[in-house]
Design a protein around this ligand. Structure first.
Ligand code: GLN
Length: 481
């Protein structure tokens, strides 16, 4: 393990002439050359010549004293379910390969406006459906901390690119934990924003009512920097909240004595012992510094996982109906209309995606709709109300994952084993509230994270507590050596 500068510090150093964006891009390209063939974090990479040219241009503009953006010279990786007009966007599915969108997602436009350099598109589970990044049609991503293990998913490529130094910042997406689980498994930081804070325009949809594009980085302050740039109202997204971007970058480190933390039995129980002991060590430390810790139980949370999966599958089934091999790359060869569509989908979708479409259609079908989909939306409402009520009093502390990063192949044969990995993360998506995952330690070489959940638009509170935890653990800007 070694520590590197945070991205916001790097921007300051570029501006002061202490660091050079051109040297920096060479450094990042070196890491990519060294690691990428083992890790497979990227589905597509921008050509080195273009990247170097961009860095040279930025370096010239800085030297001339021209106005530059807030991400000037930073190297950003983008999950491959976020549209870019200059690199293919596949969502790791054969059905979209090759597809080059005619437009950039709003978040991508905002990055470019701030002079970020987009280095490539990162690997994911097909259509972001999974928890390990093994369900990609471009092969699995491996965890740089232990190459026999998964980096978590579905934003595993984003997390891996950060932890080996192949990017400074990354955009992931989080429908049920996809930014937070990989963050916990790779000693990086991921934040699932309040629903509607970040535009979903240009995000290939999986579960529309649950998901948010999510900033990922190697430190809490870097996540704040990225969040402030991508957040805020977008007229192109009908679910966008009518709020300005939050100013989380200037959040001040929390004082433990002012902290009210609540711990929900259902969101800590059931985790493996190394994860448990590290979690309680941090809680004890906060308590000894004066934090007020309260304990609750919300039995309805035992229904969170089936509620999440019922809603997510139903939304996925209706979203994926658009892929028929017609508007997007053609896949079938049959001459009859129905056979052509069937063949395209049969060849284009992977096994897990097909499973979800079938279960989602079932949950929405006449005669079963009330029993499954409608029932799930009612349970969701209760969960949301309870979580919003509780987070108006305190910040929830919980585990991120019940298990350490599994070995490749260990969990994919049994879908229930995969779904189980999300038991602590789906709650924030059902409730639409923000949640931060950050590292708190290692068990051997394997990273362990903690999760903080706040009320709607309380991202600054999460950043503040995250900064305090970084001071306690010293885990900030960590990369694999
Ligand atoms: N693992 C969860 C699922 O497969 C969450 C995925 C995500 O957040 N995109 O639905």
């Amino acid at each position: 393990m070694r520590k590197v500068k945070q991205s916001w510090e790097l921007v300051e150093d570029f501006m002061n002439g202490i660091e050079d964006p051109v040297e920096h891009i060479y450094r990042v390209l070196d890491s990519i050359n060294r690691w990428e063939s083992m890790v497979n974090a990227y589905i597509s990479l921008e050509s080195p010549d273009i990247l170097i040219e961009k860095a040279e241009e930025i370096s010239r503009r800085i030297r001339r004293g021209e106005r530059v953006g807030r991400l000037v010279g930073l190297i950003v990786s983008v999950k491959d379910n976020i549209c870019t007009s200059f690199l293919p966007t596949t969502a790791a599915s054969k059905i979209l390969d090759p597809y080059i969108p005619p437009y950039d997602a709003t978040v991508v436009e905002r990055l470019l406006r701030e002079d970020a350099i987009i280095v490539g598109k990162t690997n994911l589970d097909e259509f972001a459906m999974g928890s390990t990044t093994e369900l990609s049609s471009f092969g699995p991503t491996r965890n740089p901390w232990d190459l026999d293990r998964v980096p978590g998913g579905s934003s595993g490529g984003s997390a891996a690119s950060l932890s080996y130094g192949g990017a400074d910042l990354s955009l992931g997406s989080d429908t049920g934990g996809s930014a937070r689980l990989p963050a916990a498994y790779t000693a990086t930081v991921g934040l699932k924003p309040t629903y509607g804070l970040v535009s979903r325009y240009g995000l290939i949809p999986y579960g529309n009512s649950l998901e948010q594009i999510s900033p990922m980085a190697r430190s809490v302050k870097d996540v704040a920097l990225l969040l402030d740039i991508i957040g805020g109202f977008d007229p192109l997204d009908a679910t966008s909240l009518n709020v300005d971007s939050l100013n989380t970058f200037n959040s001040i480190k929390a004082d433990a004595r002012d902290l009210k933390i609540c711990i929900l039995k259902e969101m800590v129980e059931g985790a493996d012992s190394p994860i448990n002991s590290m979690f309680w060590k941090i809680i004890e430390k906060l308590e000894s510094e004066g934090a007020n810790i309260e304990y609750y139980s919300l039995p309805i949370l035992s229904k969170a996982l089936p509620t999440y999966y019922t809603i997510a599958f139903a939304e996925a089934a209706s979203n994926l109906a658009r892929y028929a091999g017609i508007f997007y790359p053609t896949k079938g060869s049959s001459s009859s209309w129905e056979e052509y569509i069937g063949e395209s989908r049969f060849k284009g979708f992977g096994r897990e995606v097909k499973r979800r479409i079938m279960l989602g259609v079932y949950a929405l079908s006449e005669g079963y709709r009330d029993e499954y989909y409608v029932a799930a939306t009612k349970v969701r409402r209760v969960i949301r109300d309870e979580i919003v009520k509780l987070t108006s009093k305190c910040i929830i502390a919980s585990q991120v994952s019940p298990i350490l990063p599994p070995r490749l192949g260990e969990r994919i044969d049994d879908p229930l084993k995969l779904y189980y990995m999300d038991m602590y993360t789906v709650v924030a998506n059902l409730a639409g509230v923000p949640a931060l995952a950050q590292p708190i330690g290692f068990h051997g070489d394997l990273p362990i994270g903690i999760q903080w959940i706040g009320g709607p638009l309380e991202e600054s509170k999460l950043i503040s507590i995250g900064l305090l935890i970084e001071d306690i653990t010293g885990l900030r800007g960590v990369i694999v050596d």
